[in-house]
Design a protein around this ligand. Structure first.
Ligand SMILES: Nc1ncnc2c1ncn2[C@@H]1O[C@H](COP(=O)(O)OP(=O)(O)OP(=O)(O)O)[C@@H](O)[C@H]1O
Length: 740
């Protein structure tokens, strides 16, 4: 389209008028800059259209006459310009706004106003209960243009943040007009304004699991208005009871590349910004974190929302074991003879505790936890501290001799009880008390960080901190490993008990772990060196492995709607086995739902029916004998940098099953090929004839060596069931599952 002489004249007039009126709306400057910078034919052609006429009209009528622009005819409204009282600016109708606010489930408007968004422009901002949205005022006029002459489309003129993804909001004082950031040579200085900052995050484009903090700074002439926005947004954030307020932070200064303290110093400001109180302790030796957790009283734990470990999987496991070991009212080790009865009982318990097939809500958990407490009070001490299983256990509590970083150290503050330096001290009755399940968070600073990567998809400490601050929560299944050794000298050694949320391995993986511990001074490289050493030995173990085979897909999985939206039931078995655990995972939400086996209300009937159903569906023990290089149980995918899909890519965080992975005797080149397949994304490491893979809730293993017999029982405790068995409910982690 060619520009007419009339229009060209109008354009020149616009420029003259603009130069003589160095005040006014931001949008006008943008347009003028556009004119100035784009002398090309295409730009002029663009301006020659309907937009030029309207824009020229606006500018010609700017200043004193701006209020009288008759544009209502086009269906647009005008409101007062907050930066220049008395002036009018175009206001986008609220309905258009909310229509564009995807994801805002609740459209009840909490607040709505025109504000200035730093480095962007005037925006109409709407706060609904779960979403803060904004759209450029005059965005229509900016479509196709930008102040630097680039493309600017409607999508870029509006944005939104879910309240659930805002980790802090704060009044941030008066603006520096220069920093407000309008671009172009004709930019008029904006008046000094008050500001408030909304802290959220952006997902990286290459990997959505990696988050970087992002601040949106809104400005307004009135400090009171800014403060009321802060209060309203904070009010909505505070409705989310899952966000932590008090955390214990345990840092292993010697984990991984010895970067624990540095990693904490990187993320500590985020905790400070979000107003989360942290008590920070440095671990002094191996088992320190275990002892601290094991010795904490329930009252002490009640004052905490969570325990954050700044370290690797080893430190995480110590905290997990310290929390669970004495508190888990579990069964003794399983054996084939009584397993059916045991599982029937377990399912019955689950039915009683969890009438819905979904994970209990936060409120439900609190109620359950209260019930638990009442029961505990009426029936004496709450924890089975004198479990015979723990006698002679290497994890048995010892006298703790803690010291803490001096309070003067940067961002790292600790305090110890003067009476017992090993005890955590929580002062004051005014401390925040919580009944929600205690959560464990990981700021990765280890060598492999498998748990962090498998639960968040990222190894980035900032991302991990954001998961904590946003109150993310994933329940974890944990496996209880009971091992005991029979030797000619000691026929019946007492069993050792460990809990694991990621992986338990005998043979290759166990040997690599043992070797690598001896070479800790090498840092993360110790795993590579230990791996090569153990691989070259190519050792096999004569063993018998039994596992409970559950042939039927649990009912919960039948209704599974995978996240891709498909819900067809065909080939469910295969699909359910092949669904990768991600954020909002359907399989984890269902858990191992065996309610279809236990439908009756009467307890006796329940048991009978459960047994009858069990017989009907024929879950039975299967046994395998042979020479194995490795026997492993993966509770989660166990992703890490070396095995990006994990040792068991399709393992879930809370499906009630573990992946039993057996590597039978094979040649070195074959085993090498299998190990290499683990390092490749999308490869299938189970697709080798010497690899066997079963999903099971329970297994037993007996290894016959030359001098000794090792017995190992592995029993998975599903997240649902742990609600009733561990103080403060589920074993939860601050995560939401990988997002990719
Ligand atoms: N102050 C300390 N001195 C020596 N060892 C410690 C200290 N604090 C903790 N540990 C021990 O270090 C072990 C390993 O720590 P961590 O898991 O943090 O790092 P990592 O082993 O390098 O990482 P990953 O477990 O991910 O491979 C823990 O099991 C813990 O027992």
């Amino acid at each position: 389209m060619m520009i007419s002489w009339d229009e060209l004249y109008l354009l020149l007039q616009v420029c003259v008028v603009q130069l003589s009126h160095r005040k006014g709306g931001v949008a006008r400057h943008l347009k003028l800059n556009y004119c100035w910078k784009n002398k090309s034919r295409s730009a002029v052609t663009y301006l020659a259209g309907r937009k030029l006429k309207r824009f020229a009209l606006e500018v010609v009528n700017m200043g004193e006459t701006f209020e009288r622009i008759p544009l209502e005819a086009e269906g647009e409204n005008y409101g007062e310009d907050p930066s220049s009282p008395g002036k009018l600016r175009k206001v986008i109708p609220l309905q258009n706004f909310l229509k564009n606010s995807e994801g805002s489930g609740n459209l009840e408007v909490v607040m709505e106003q025109e504000l200035y968004l730093e480095k962007f422009g005037y925006v109409n901002v709407v706060l609904v209960r779960d979403c803060l949205s904004w759209q450029l005022v005059d965005s229509d006029d900016l479509i196709g243009t930008s102040c630097w002459g680039g493309r600017k489309d409607l999508e870029k003129s509006r944005d939104q943040v879910l309240v659930s993804e805002i980790f802090a909001v704060e009044y941030s004082g008066l603006s520096n007009p220069a920093s407000i950031g309008m671009c172009g040579p004709f930019t008029n200085p904006l008046p000094q304004m008050h500001r408030f900052a909304v802290h959220t995050f952006l997902r990286a484009q290459s990997n959505k699991c990696n988050w970087t903090p992002k601040v949106h700074t809104f400005c307004h002439a009135s400090a009171e208005i800014c403060q009321s926005w802060v209060d309203r947004i904070q009010g909505l954030i505070d409705r989310d009871l899952s966000r932590p307020k008090n955390l214990l932070v345990l840092i292993n200064p010697y984990g991984g590349k010895k970067a624990g303290v540095r990693q904490w110093e990187t993320v500590a400001p985020l905790f400070h910004k979000a107003g989360v109180k942290t008590k920070v302790l440095l671990t002094e030796r191996a088992q320190h974190a275990y002892d601290l957790m094991a010795q904490s009283t329930e009252e002490e734990l009640k004052n905490l929302d969570g325990v954050i470990v700044v370290g690797g999987d080893g430190l995480f496991n110590e905290v997990l074991n310290g929390l669970v070991m004495h508190r888990h009212k579990g069964h003794p080790a399983p054996n084939p003879e009584r397993v059916l009865d045991l599982m029937a009982k377990r399912w019955k318990t689950k039915k009683r505790n969890n009438s819905s097939s979904h994970l209990p809500s936060e409120e439900g958990l609190r109620a359950l936890s209260n019930m638990e407490r009442k029961n505990d009070q009426s029936s004496g001490p709450s924890f089975d501290v004198h479990s015979p299983l723990l006698t002679d256990s290497p994890l048995e509590s010892r006298a703790v001799n803690s010291t803490f970083l001096p309070a003067a150290s940067k961002d790292v503050v600790g305090s110890a009880s003067t009476r017992d330096p090993g005890k955590l001290q929580y002062s004051g009755s005014n401390r925040h008390k919580t009944n929600a399940p205690l959560r464990i968070g990981i700021i990765p600073a280890g060598s492999t960080d498998t748990v962090a990567i498998s639960t968040t998809g990222s190894r980035d400490p900032v991302t991990a901190a954001l998961h904590v601050l946003l109150g993310d929560s994933m329940p974890l299944d944990i496996v209880k490993i009971t091992g005991w050794k029979k030797t000619p000298q000691s026929v019946d050694e007492p069993p050792r008990v460990r809990y694991a949320a990621s992986f338990a391995g005998y043979g290759f993986y166990g040997d690599v772990m043992r070797e690598s511990e001896n070479a800790r001074w090498l840092g993360p490289a110790r795993y590579d060196i230990a791996g090569v050493k153990v691989f070259l030995k190519h050792k096999t173990y004569q063993a018998e492995v039994s596992y409970l085979d559950i042939p039927q897909i649990p009912a919960g999985l039948k209704n599974l709607t995978p996240r891709n939206g498909s819900s067809e039931n065909s080939k469910l078995t295969d699909r359910a086995h092949r669904v990768i655990c991600r954020v909002n995972c359907g399989i984890c939400a269902q858990g191992m739902d065996l309610n279809h086996l236990v439908d009756s209300d009467s307890e006796e009937e329940e048991l009978e029916e459960a047994s009858a159903e069990l017989q009907a569906t024929k879950p039975r023990w299967r046994s395998l004998r042979g020479s194995f290089h490795s026997v492993g149980g993966a509770v989660m995918s166990c992703r890490n940098d070396k095995a990006p899909d994990g040792l068991a890519a399709h393992a879930h965080l809370a499906d009630g099953l573990l992946h039993l992975i057996l590597i039978r005797k094979c040649s070195r080149p074959s085993y090498l090929r299998q190990l290499i397949s683990l390092t490749r994304r999308g490869a299938d490491p189970f697709n080798f004839d010497f690899v066997e893979h079963y999903k099971t809730p329970v297994f037993t293993f007996t290894s016959v060596g030359e001098e000794s017999i090792w017995n190992i029982d592995g029993e998975l405790f599903p997240a649902h069931q742990l609600t009733a068995q561990v103080a403060r409910g589920l074993v939860n982690i601050y995560a939401r599952g990988p997002e990719d």
